[in-house]
Ligand binder design. Structure first.
Ligand code: KG4
Ligand code: ZN
Length: 369
């Protein structure tokens, strides 16, 4: 099954072609980060306008990379004939960004007479660990514990079998990527914060090591919504604690900035590792799968390797090109059988607050067609 994936949930305009949910034939990502950098974060209006402008070219590039260019075929019928379906992110994300990809995918699928598949972005981040990773037999990976860590999400998700998602923990406020982005802003390191904190922290000497909180949550907090406090995260206090520290101890040198960044990174990573260890100690998982932009963090990767080894589970990390937002994971999940299909897909609306485990419960009014 050959699927064209489209992803526009935030500030990456992406398209990819994936065969049978695993083999990536092309993967094109146009990152808008340069446009949002002056504002220190994603500006929804700028993001949606750029998706609109760039998406047609990004789709054409993904198709050309997968199937080659054909001068003699100006409407590119030969490309579209290769496809079995079009998959697209319908949530979660920025409404004004999601709508560009979803509308384009609906129009294209309709025009080329192929099924449309609506994909949950968080579930796709989990699927990214299986992309271009032919050595792993997916059916041998369950029960699986997934950690999704990105700019918009931080969640622990349990899967007893493929495509069955249960959230067992999540952040009650900021996502881990947001915690990095906000810290980098406070430290004057620019945007996005994760990569720069990761790089700067490697220069730390350890001579100044402020103690930051580990983002624990209290049982009884109504925001838990029935989840176990020991499996949930809270990163907003950590950011406040950094801001107070910097107010009282303004760094006098790059070396001190590096030390503070390293201590902060360790606090975020510790929080993520601690919850993973708790979850791994409670159930018998075969695999710990980690996806999302923050899974690029070198210190997190190092610590996850040790955690998985101690727990006796296999660690599956997405390949770095599939960690950040991309469309290969969208086409991959569709090719693996995930997503909303049939007439329901054509009446999907964007779902900015879509939960990671919502798919199986999703109800769609197909009488509206
Ligand atoms: O998955 P992603 O591309 O987009 C969302 O779905 O949000 O994740 C983006 C996030 C940003 O917050 C960025 O700072 C963070 O991933 N990130 C990192 C690293 N590279 C990207 N965080 C920590 N260390 C990194 N090396
Ligand atoms: Zn993402």
């Amino acid at each position: 099954m050959i699927v064209l994936g489209i992803e526009t949930s935030c500030d990456e305009t992406a398209a990819a072609v994936v065969c049978d949910g695993r083999e990536v034939l092309s993967n094109i990502v146009y990152s808008q980060v340069r446009l949002h950098r002056p504002y220190g974060g994603v500006v929804p209006e700028i993001a949606s306008r750029n998706h609109l402008e760039k998406l047609p070219g990004v789709i054409a590039s993904a198709m050309a990379a997968a199937f080659g260019e054909s001068e003699a075929d100006p409407v590119r019928e030969s490309w579209w004939r290769e496809l079995d379906a079009v998959a697209v992110t319908y949530g979660p994300g920025l409404a004004s960004s999601l709508i560009v990809g979803l509308s384009a995918a609906k129009g294209l699928a309709w025009r080329i007479n192929r099924p449309l598949i609506g994909i949950n972005h968080i579930q796709a981040h989990i699927q990214s660990v299986f992309l271009d990773n032919g050595t792993v037999a997916v059916t041998d990976c369950f029960p699986l514990l997934a950690l999704v860590v990105s700019g918009g999400h931080s969640a622990l998700i349990e899967m007893d079998e493929p495509l069955a998602y249960r959230i067992i923990g999540q952040t009650l406020d900021d996502a881990s990527g947001e915690a990095f982005d906000k810290a980098a802003k406070l430290l004057g390191l620019g945007y996005p914060g994760g990569p720069v904190i990761d790089a700067v922290a490697r220069e730390a000497s350890g001579s100044c090591a402020p103690g930051f909180p580990r983002g624990r949550t209290q049982a009884g907090n109504p925001a838990l919504g029935g989840l176990d406090a020991d499996l949930c995260f809270s990163f907003s206090g950590l950011k406040t604690s950094l801001s107070h520290y910097l107010r009282d101890n303004p760094p006098q040198s790059d070396a001190t900035v590096a030390d503070v960044a390293a201590a902060y990174q360790e606090a975020v990573v510790d929080a993520l590792i601690e919850r993973c260890e708790t979850a791994l100690s409670r159930s018998c998982y075969k695999v710990l799968a980690v996806g999302g932009g923050v899974s690029l963090n070198s210190r997190l990767r190092e610590r996850l390797t040790a955690t998985a080894a101690d727990a006796g589970v296999e660690l599956l990390l997405a390949h770095p090109r599939f960690c950040g937002d991309n469309a290969a994971m969208i086409a991959g999940l569709a090719g693996a059988g995930g997503g909303i299909k049939g007439p329901a897909a054509f009446v999907l609306d964007v779902a900015p607050s879509l939960e990671a485990d919502v798919q199986s419960d999703y109800r769609c009014d197909i009488t509206a067609i």
